[in-house]
Ligand binder design. Structure first.
Ligand code: ZN
Length: 389
């Protein structure tokens, strides 16, 4: 930030004034961030609610709302019905034309969505595929779908694009190190998407992005230690939020809960080992067992054992189940919950919430968009938006 730079040869008074100005500027930008973040998570809010949520006083809020309006990030509605006696409060809401794009690349489809500041999926495009997409397919689809959703929405300004990939993503948030189901190895997906779209790109593991979405807007909202298990066509993806930080592990392989060993003499897994969770409970086995109550009980018991192991490792406040594991949990809720509690290591195990993920088919788009929105939420005045028409 060059405007914050103070040179050594500047006279002392000017240096002090500049330092003060810089501090004020820093405070203002931080407050803008607090306000936009409150609207991001809380949806449309009155000035009174913003005062309560941010701890800033009313006049400061007024100035900040005006600045966010000038930046084209929020709109303020005139008087709203509050249902209480007194001055009607204005409602501050995110502008609908500010979006983050979100791409989900999967084995059988590419999907792109435009997601609003409040986490609403405003428009989407999907291409069903016979074979896994190549990185070039993903870039070409993103270019075309971005233009289509922008046209559908009458033009948007994009903070960037987040891409959710079923595989291991480098610490740079740009390189797909290994996505075995897609056949992608060391793919510079960030660079390709930036080349195609000309906007900032962040690439992430799909399960991490799913958990991120549930933490921001879904079943784990505001819960800081969460274990997440998602069953899909490409196996079981896992993620863990530990004290508010996403688990990565030393080299990025952390959270591969689908390959937790459940039975050392079980079936051979795609990873080469035997009896992994995803070979013991998967979409094909559950389809076969749809009308077999005893088989469903057995799968529920396997799932419960996996959850009990994860509880030992993470001591979570909540365990979220998505995809086919969420569906299995729905039909065997009591059995899973009882078994987990019976096997619990920690005391007060009934405090651990086991729940089905809440955001359904929008989850990965919302989670990918969350990553793309992060710089804008951190510094609303200093983050450029790109117009897409
Ligand atoms: Zn495995």
């Amino acid at each position: 930030m060059p405007e914050d730079t103070v040179h050594a040869d500047t006279p002392a008074e000017a240096r002090i004034a500049a330092a003060r100005g810089s501090r004020n500027d820093h405070t203002r930008r931080r407050n803008l961030s607090s306000l936009l973040t409150a609207v991001h998570y809380g949806g449309p809010l009155t000035r009174a609610q913003l005062t309560r949520d941010t701890g800033l006083n009313r006049s400061t809020i007024g100035g900040l709302v005006a600045e966010l309006s000038e930046l084209g990030l929020v709109v303020e509605d005139a008087a709203a019905e509050t249902g209480t006696v007194g001055r009607p409060s204005h409602i501050v809401r995110p502008r609908r034309d500010v979006v983050a794009l979100a791409l989900h690349a999967d084995v059988d489809a590419l999907e792109l969505g435009a997601v609003g500041i409040d986490g609403a999926v405003l428009a989407r495009r999907r291409a069903n595929l016979d074979a896994p997409p190549t990185p070039d397919d993903a870039a070409a689809f993103s270019w075309e779908a971005a233009r289509e959703v922008a046209a559908e929405l009458g033009g948007v300004r994009a903070a960037g694009i987040g891409a959710a990939v079923p595989g291991l993503v480098g610490i740079d948030g740009a390189t797909v190190v290994d996505a075995p189901h897609l056949g992608w190895r060391d793919v510079a997906l960030g660079e390709r998407l930036r080349g195609a779209l000309g906007i900032p790109v962040v690439v992430g593991n799909d399960a991490n992005m799913g958990l991120r979405a549930e933490w921001s807007f879904g079943a784990a909202k505001g819960v800081d230690t969460v274990v997440y298990l998602n069953g899909s066509a490409s196996g079981i993806g896992g993620a863990a939020l530990v004290g508010g930080r996403m688990l990565r592990g030393g080299r990025g392989y952390g959270g591969e809960f689908g390959h937790m060993m459940i039975r050392s003499d079980g079936d051979r897994c795609s990873c080469g080992r035997r009896g992994c969770l995803e070979t013991e409970v998967n979409a094909a086995l559950l389809d076969e067992a749809a009308h077999d109550a005893a088989a469903l009980d057995r799968f529920a018991e396997v799932l419960a054992a996996a959850i009990a192991n994860l509880e030992c490792a993470f001591d979570p406040d909540a365990v979220l189940l998505a995809g086919y594991l969420g569906a299995l949990f729905d039909v065997r809720r009591e059995l899973v919950t009882d078994q987990v509690r019976a096997m619990a290591f920690r005391p007060d195990a009934e405090d651990v919430v086991i729940a089905r993920a809440a955001l359904g088919g929008n989850r990965l788009l919302i989670g990918a968009a969350e990553r793309a929105f992060a710089p804008l939420l951190r510094d609303p005045a200093g983050t450029a938006l790109a117009a897409l028409a």
